[in-house]
Design a protein around this ligand. Structure first.
Ligand code: NAP
Length: 271
């Protein structure tokens, strides 16, 4: 697994992390233990960055339980605060600190909600040593201008944005500014929230990508994102340990050149 700088934040992150939306939102011993195994497989494969949010139901709690079992110190936790209510924001942050052993390495303002007030709270936590780095996220292209204003304010070290072989708006809008300001970039929905992997191209179509270590279509899609040097980390979500291991294998060189990226984009746009 390759490790990359998260911009100028001073934090090193694995090229492939694990998203927890939906996949860790489970209740009950059997289901939770099954998802703990996904976290274990991720950690063992070098996928040691985990992205969560209070918006993801039980996911923060289930992730916290898994990390208690397998080693909180092995993980970089990225979670979010997501509310316009100040007291609820304090509550969300306290819950997360409790789940994650009193610290959250990467704390993000989810969907830019109440951004100024939330940044202020996160800056205080950073000064207390409970947070290492602060970021902002948005999933919608229509919010990129507002996200870019926050980037230019100098108050965030990194952003989390959508980017995949069929959705490349950030490549023109957000990533050039991230590069200019030396900010980290975490990529959400690298598999199009599962849409791009519902059907895979033929073995023959994947053949030209084999020399890049690509064995599966999901790995081709992840390499597409990771071959953009402005990207720090992609966070595919999965509910299956073997897929966590499969996805981790996309996190090392060789990465694609422009020609292969265009080829994968062409295949993705046909999904
Ligand atoms: N800040 C925001 O606004 C925001 C918005 C969306 C997402 N996110 C973050 O980004 C993460 C990733 O986005 P996402 O969860 O929407 O979608 P994604 O990672 O693009 O796709 C996840 C889907 O792909 C499937 N999958 C994963 N690995 C696979 C493989 N090797 N082969 C075949 N299928 C595979 C998973 O199904 P299985 O479980 O069956 O493997 C799951 O349904 C989220 O979990 C969340 O942490 C943030």
């Amino acid at each position: 697994m390759q490790h990359r700088r998260l911009g100028n934040s001073g934090v090193e992150v694995p090229a492939v992390g694990l998203g927890t939306w939906q996949v860790l939102d489970v209740r009950g011993r059997e289901q939770e233990e099954a998802r703990h195994e996904v976290v274990e497989a991720a950690l063992d494969s070098g996928t040691n960055l985990f992205d969560s949010s209070p918006m993801y139901g039980e996911a923060e709690r289930v992730l916290g339980g898994a990390l208690k079992k397998y080693g909180r110190d092995r993980a970089t936790v990225a979670t979010k605060v997501w509310t316009s209510d100040d007291r609820e924001a304090e509550h969300q942050i306290q819950r997360a600190l409790d789940f994650f052993g009193g610290r959250v390495e990467l704390y993000q303002v989810h969907n830019l909600v109440a951004i100024q007030k939330r940044l202020h709270m996160l800056e205080e936590l950073k000064s207390e040593g409970k947070v290492v780095s602060i970021g902002a996220t948005h999933y919608s292209r229509s919010a990129f201008p507002a996200l870019m204003d926050v980037m230019s304010s100098g108050r965030v070290d990194f952003v989390q944005v959508p980017y995949n072989a069929a959705e490349t708006a950030v490549a023109e809008e957000v990533l050039p500014l991230a590069k200019e300001l030396d900010l980290g970039v975490i990529v959400m929905v690298p598999l199009g929230s599962g849409r791009l992997v519902r059907s895979a191209p033929s073995e023959k179509d994947l053949e030209p990508l084999r020399e890049f270590g690509v064995e599966t279509w999901a790995q081709a899609l992840l390499k597409f994102v990771l071959s953009d040097e402005r990207v720090s980390c992609a966070i595919p979500a999965t509910s299956k340990p073997q897929r966590a291991r499969e996805n981790a294998l996309a996190g090392g060189p060789p990465f694609f050149g422009e020609e292969e990226r265009e080829y994968v984009s062409g295949l993705a746009r046909r999904r």
